[in-house]
Design a protein around this ligand. Structure first.
Ligand code: SF4
Length: 152
């Protein structure tokens, strides 16, 4: 079973209230066992919501997620990641499958893998993973984004 960002499948769960429909991800989903996930909604955040970015404190090693009006939403991101993982493991068990990997929206503070925005809300990308992706990597689940045309 694959986990797929719900917004890539056309669900209007993105911060703006829209989606990130990807035809190749949709086509992949038609041929594979999958579960749509949205860790931010699972963490109790609304649709629409203020855009959020991760801020790393390099000196202290602290990670915070903030929105563009300065609110700290770290707890919602962390609980959403945990809850999504728990639900996915439960679903995989119920289907008698394993979680083979995740195809998640690039650059997102939850779902981004390899690159995320830098916390300044200036459209600046840096190397890093979103909060949900960090949790998946901790337990060895491979993560790709919608641009991995070789996989999709
Ligand atoms: S948290 Fe992930 S699935 Fe939800 S809207 Fe953001 S990128 Fe899409």
């Amino acid at each position: 079973m694959y986990l797929i960002s719900a917004c890539l499948l056309g669900e209007n769960c993105k911060y703006s209230g829209g989606n990130n429909l990807s035809d190749c991800v949709k086509s992949f989903a038609e041929k594979h066992s999958f579960m749509p996930v949205c860790p931010e909604v699972a963490g109790g955040l609304s649709v629409p919501r203020h855009p959020c970015e991760i801020r790393e404190d390099a000196a202290g090693g602290n990670t915070a997620v903030v929105n563009d009006i300065g609110e700290d939403v770290t707890a919602a991101f962390e609980s959403g990641a945990e809850e999504t993982l728990r639900a996915a493991q439960k679903e995989a068990r119920a289907r008698g499958e394993i979680i083979e990997g995740a195809i998640l929206k690039k650059n997102s503070p939850s779902c981004g893998s390899g690159s995320i925005y830098d916390g300044t809300f200036s459209h600046t990308l840096i190397c890093g993973d979103g909060i949900f992706v960090r949790r998946l990597r901790e337990i060895g689940i491979p993560v790709w984004n919608e641009e991995r045309k070789d996989l999709l």
